[in-house]
Write a protein that binds this ligand. Sequence first.
Ligand SMILES: Nc1ncnc2c1ncn2[C@@H]1O[C@H](COP(=O)(O)OP(=O)(O)OP(=O)(O)O)[C@@H](O)[C@H]1O
Ligand SMILES: [Mg+2]
Length: 418
Amino acid sequence: MAACGLDFGTSNTTLGAAAPDRTRLVSLEGDHTTLPSALFFDFAGDATVFGRAAVAAYAEGEDGRLMRSIKSVLGTDLIDADTTLNGRRIAFRAVIATFLGEVRRRGERAAQAPLDAVVHGRPVHFVDGDPAADAAAEAVLAEIARAVGFADVSFQYEPIAAALDYERRVDGEELALIADIGGGTSDFSIVRLGRERRGRAERGDDILANDGIRVGGTDFDRDLSIAAVMPHLGYGSPMKRAGLVAPRAPFLDLATWSKINFLYTAKALAELKRLHRDSARPDLIARLIGVVEQRRGHALAMEVERAKIALSGSPRTVLPLDFEDASEAAELAARDLVEATGSLAARIGGRIDACLAMAGLPAGRIDAVFLTGGSTLLPHVRAAITDPLPDARVVTGDTFGSVGQGLTLEAQRRYGTA
Ligand SMILES: Nc1ncnc2c1ncn2[C@@H]1O[C@H](COP(=O)(O)OP(=O)(O)OP(=O)(O)O)[C@@H](O)[C@H]1O
Ligand SMILES: [Mg+2]
């Protein structure tokens, strides 16, 4: 039986095959070990494409439907809902199964072995503060994994997986806080790591705290979009009736990766047309309608994400906004991003104290903080995590691969190798 580790991320997915003496993430798209968690249902060709190819097909204007952030549906009522694709109804869980089935097939092709057993990553909390809903989300993911052909399915927390990957570099013994800030969730573990401990079968005593919240990079995209882009489409604009402003809901949907497609229904469009009629700024609402009618919601979200990423490395960027009536541009400074998303970073940072309390440790006892996940590349997120731990060494590794590597190590330990 061959085993693998599978990190199904909100934004990116990796798969590692457990070989006897090493673990390796396999190429899932060309030479890339990451596969963006995206599907494009091509209506004309009646085909489904995945990853970068899905994003490219959408960007080229092919007739079809792009879906991203599908992991966000786990732990919400939507998992049992349907979405309509070219007149056909398909359940969200079937969309996730389509994606994970393809990941398994690509993994088998790359590993040249049937993959029967999987250690699936999972956030510490799919759902904040609701253990029953959280357990249900894991059960759904397990069902999907079995449905796509994995005979043996088990789970590991994503930050514990990252810890196992980091532990390969640890010589002595240390207490580490692992922070994995991804697209959908922020996850933390405090663990005791060391060369001597690595191979042990039972590591329960070394795990001093696990915690997480459902806040990740896609939330930063949403809040940046609301602050910097949506006002150009009528967000916060006055209605004809004095004292009223346009309702927030359609703008929030358009700014939220997993909800953009909700606007692409006849009912939603009819509501937007009513809004247009009652608005004191119909010129702006017309842009909102134009974006929805032209199915450009994801293109806008991609521009926002690109601007966020640009601002994590440079002081300013320009976000082009092309509407039918005018071409505008949002000129953004890094401080605009911090202003729009500072409360999210503060919520992430707030988990550090919670984790320390859970572990019963003062901050000074943490030797190292290991940062992984794409959103740790945001300076204010990084600061929110490291500021409460001034004495800890800050260590980074494979930002997009650590969790997958650690899950693969765990697969090797639990299931052996082919
Ligand atoms: N240079 C960068 N600066 C800021 N953010 C970045 C950068 N590169 C990627 N990101 C963000 O990182 C996020 C993706 O990170 P990652 O691939 O670790 O998430 P994931 O594992 O798919 O999600 P999760 O684990 O939460 O389900 C996205 O929101 C992306 O915009
Ligand atoms: Mg992740």
